[in-house]
Design a protein. Structure first.
Lengths: 540, 339
């Protein structure tokens, strides 16, 4: 045998030996996963795309993750009842606010004084009792910081003098005028009840509200306490001193997982229990594969719409807006773009059927009528415009934009589609520099006059169309002063009729929140902030 | 002398670093979008809140003023604060750097461990089907973007076969982490004799490092192969064969050792590339390294981490190149005389 042949053999032998060694190593590495100390059955793992930058919901620039965590580590005075489970989901009842940290509250005859009675057995996680002074300080903090004061101002709470400690367990809030928003504002993550006694040693002149300390420390009374706080992983443990029904899950982990397909894969593999922030792409096939449950939760405090920039031509003319409303095939869009998910916001009547908002608008698909309206408004040949949306919301808006472009061209309106990343979109939206754009929005306070106030009035970013109508202001005043539900509903219906026919915002639907849940997880609660709440979850 | 050589090289690198920092700073600020509006994320952002956030971000001053403030901060070791994670950028980068380095080193070892034998065999039997196969396989690896390879591996090994752990983090969440000594989990678990942690860390390293190794196999294999072919044609190899020396001596002691020099340079370049390209791999695998951190920050218009990341990468690359030059000098006596 030649030398080279022998060398090849021995070389091949060496290669074979190396391959076997590598395979053995691989087998060891990919061996059975080791079992950990924490009990898998008593731990619930939530996966989301956010990092958690702070434990303080009043921090500047916090993300939704902070509100989600604070929901568990802090309590609020007021919450809502949850409806009985339907298809594995419990929806919050926006019409049924109920006591949380405040066992109950009384309203004075003139509707201006709300007296909150705190639960006798409520204690903070450090063991000290929850007192009215803690509540007073917490609310004072909330109205002093720019990030949280708006919602409380809407509730009528603006000044320190309005907060009165009656006794250790009783706090009164004195409003200038009756305001039905106060309890609702107090149910939001912007009004957590903080242990003032624990925070006060950490206040400084440059940081009078303890923002630096509360960013990394929790001083709450909530159902869970923080065991580890990393931006990509927050671990909570059940607080056995909590007054509410004892949560079944002893530990809760909120894990940052940037890719949505990975989040879903983890649920299907049993490595996690809840996945949120999902796109239609990621949830495709979940039901078919049957290894996890897909929950499509209709959000009745959300809406998706086309916003017109009413301060610039041609959309300052209501006829042009209505023309576009008639040019849009809503049924077709609901079916092929939104895949029949969510609740329709079209096909309604001119006079609203209910005094709730958003109400379905009364336009139908009628291109002939659209052309006529355009001609009346002086655009018989149509015109050119741009339609924008945020790339952060591209999952549905991309095909919606293409569909709209197609149908609007049939009535002579030539549309150019523009996509912007989040920060740029926000800038243009605030400066009102987009003639037409697609957007969706969640409203935390679900009363019709709140929607009208925020989305159809004023100079904030949330007045998406830059709409102003002098007729709305007296109606809002009358709504404030409404003495009973019937009177309120009548005024609300009037407001709804105006904004729906004027259509500065053309509605499409109320979206369905896409959540993937492990098969053994019990009913899933849906709150107005759309973030997970693990306090009531059980494993079947 | 070696020390003066190092010193001269580091001084020469200083202007590069300065230019890097300033240009990153300016480029980021030219990007469209107002971070203050983006971060004022409450349901109804008022003008007051936006102003408050802008002031907290330090963006209410003019750009030259911001640059001066930033440069003086960097000189004193303050790289700013990340808005997405709420912690100082320097803390984040130092905490996350070992994760990225561990991943890149393991990937490099894997890549080298496969590429060099592959390149050597391709060179010895050059022109044979084995040679063509080796080149084809490595080309496929480099033609696919790393995140595509990564997602495919996750799909096959995690979702379908279930043999890989979930692609999140460096260690199973239910296992106690070993105390942090080097920051490398493999090393720290060994030192703490925590076999559970070692096994879990190795399992989680497997897929991402394979993903990165696949990507860099091509240049390493080809470079080894062509260097080997060049060396095997040299006179001294023919002499060694004529003298009847063993094949191991010919091919490894004389051949490979000489062929390794260009491979070393390629290895350094490849390592630098990996540190940069691991941005997407880290994101796909939820790896808590500096690349994923910078990418998330960039997507969220969070400036400070991106600037810090570029600065750290610049420093790392300069150090890597310096190390290669020094080891070149050690490995090849001819290089020493020319410095």
């Amino acid at each position: 045998m030649t030398r080279l042949a022998r060398a090849s053999l021995s070389f091949k032998g060496a290669v074979k030996g190396a391959l076997i060694a590598v395979l053995a190593l691989t087998a060891w590495v990919l061996g059975p996963a080791p079992v950990g100390a924490q009990n898998r059955a008593e731990t619930v793992r939530v996966t989301w795309p956010f990092e958690t930058s702070s434990l303080d919901p009043a921090g500047a620039g916090v993300q939704r993750s902070t509100w989600g965590i604070s929901w568990h580590i802090y309590d609020r005075l007021v919450t809502y009842e949850l409806a009985p489970p339907l298809n594995g989901v419990q929806l919050f009842r926006s019409d049924k606010p109920t006591g949380d940290l405040a066992e109950k509250w009384d309203v004075s005859k003139d509707g201006r004084v709300y007296t909150f009675h705190l639960r006798g057995n409520a204690v903070f996680q450090d063991g000290s009792p929850v007192t009215a002074e803690d509540v007073r300080w917490s609310l004072l903090r909330a109205i002093s910081l720019p990030t949280t004061k708006f919602v409380l101002n809407v509730g009528g709470l603006t000044e320190e003098a309005q907060l009165k400690v009656i006794d250790d367990k009783t706090l009164a809030v004195e409003l200038r005028e009756p305001n039905r928003y106060l309890p609702l504002a107090l149910s939001t993550p912007f009004a957590p009840i903080i242990n003032a006694k624990q925070v006060k040693p950490h206040l400084t002149t440059s940081d009078p509200w303890g923002g630096d300390w509360l960013k990394t420390n929790a001083a709450g009374s909530g159902a869970y306490s923080v065991t580890t706080f990393r931006p990509d992983q927050v671990a909570l443990e059940r607080n056995d001193k909590w007054y509410g029904p004892k949560p079944a899950m002893r530990w809760a982990i909120f894990q940052t997982v940037p890719e949505d397909t990975t989040r879903v894969a983890m649920i299907e593999r049993g490595a996690a229990d809840i996945a949120i922030g999902l796109t239609p792409n990621a949830i495709e096939g979940v039901e078919r594969r049957g290894q996890a449950r897909l929950r499509l939760i209709p959000m009745d405090n959300q809406f998706e719409f086309l916003a017109f920039s009413v301060q610039s031509k041609p959309f300052d003319d209501v006829r042009v807006r209505q023309a576009i409303a008639y040019a849009v095939p809503q049924d077709e869009i609901f079916h092929s773009v939104f895949m029949d998910r969510g609740l329709k916001l079209f096909g309604g009547t001119e006079k609203p059927a209910h005094a709730t908002f958003p109400q379905p608008q009364a336009f139908s698909y009628d291109p002939g009528r659209a052309r006529k309206l355009l001609a009346d408004a002086g655009f018989p040949e149509g015109f050119e415009t741009t339609l924008a949306y945020c790339t952060c919301k591209a999952e549905y808006f991309e095909s919606l934009a293409v569909t709209l472009k197609d149908y609007l061209s049939r009535v002579g309106i030539q549309v150019t589609i523009e996509k912007y990343p989040g920060a740029k979109f926000g800038e243009l939206q605030t400066a009102k520099r987009m003639p037409l754009y697609l957007e969706n929005q969640v409203a935390w306070l679900n009363l019709p006059d709140y929607w009208v106030r925020i989305f159809y009035r004023g100079n904030t970013r949330s007045n998406f169309s830059g709409y102003a109508n002098a007729n709305l202001d007296p109606l809002i005043t009358r709504a404030d002063g409404a003495k009973n539900q019937a009177e309120y509903d009548a005024v609300a219906s009037e407001m709804i009729a105006i904004v729906n026919s004027e259509v500065p915002l053309l509605f499409f639907r109320q979206a369905a929140l896409e959540v993937v849940v492990g098969k053994d997880i019990s009913d899933y609660p849906y709150w107005f902030h759309t973030l997970p709440d693990v306090r009531s979850l059980k494993r079947n | 002398m070696l020390s003066s050589f190092i010193l001269r090289r580091l001084l020469a690198a200083a202007p590069t670093l300065l230019a890097l920092v300033v240009s990153t700073f300016l480029i980021i600020r030219v990007l469209p979008g107002d971070p203050a509006i983006f971060f004022a994320s409450s349901p109804v952002p008022t003008a007051e809140e936006i102003t408050y956030v802008r002031q907290k971000l330090g963006l209410d001053r003019s750009v030259p003023e911001q640059l001066v403030i930033y440069m003086s901060d960097v000189a004193s070791g303050d790289l700013g604060t990340s808005f997405t994670t709420g912690r100082p950028v320097l803390t984040e980068l130092l905490e996350r750097l070992p994760a990225s380095l561990e991943l890149a080193l393991v990937a490099l070892l894997l890549a080298v461990g496969v590429s060099i034998p592959l390149g050597v065999t391709a060179a010895i039997w050059s022109g044979s089907p084995l040679d063509h196969a080796a080149r084809a396989i490595s080309s496929i690896g480099v033609s696919m973007p790393t995140f595509v390879t990564g997602l495919i591996l996750i799909y096959v090994f995690f979702l379908q076969l279930g043999i890989a752990p979930e692609p999140v983090d460096r260690i199973d969440i239910f296992i106690a982490q070993p105390p942090r000594i080097s920051g490398f989990l493999l090393v720290d678990s060994l030192l703490a004799q925590n076999w559970e942690a070692l096994s879990s860390a190795a399992q989680r390293l497997a897929l991402p490092s394979i993903t990165m190794a696949i990507f860099v196999m091509s240049p390493l294999t080809r470079m080894t192969r062509s260097a080997m072919i060049g060396v095997l044609n040299a006179d001294f190899i023919r002499t060694a064969r004529a003298m009847g020396l063993s094949d191991w001596t010919i091919y490894v002691r004389y051949g490979l050792r000489n062929a390794l020099l260009p491979v070393l340079t390629t290895g350094g370049i490849v390592f630098s590339t990996m540190l940069g390209s691991n941005v997407l791999v880290e994101r796909v695998f939820g790896w808590p390294g500096i690349g994923g951190f910078a990418l998330n920050a960039l997507l969220a218009s969070d400036y400070a981490p991106v600037q810090g990341f570029v600065l750290v990468m610049g420093v790392l690359l300069i150090l890597i190149n310096l190390t290669i030059d020094i080891s070149y000098g050690i490995a090849d006596p001819r290089a020493r005389r020319s410095t």
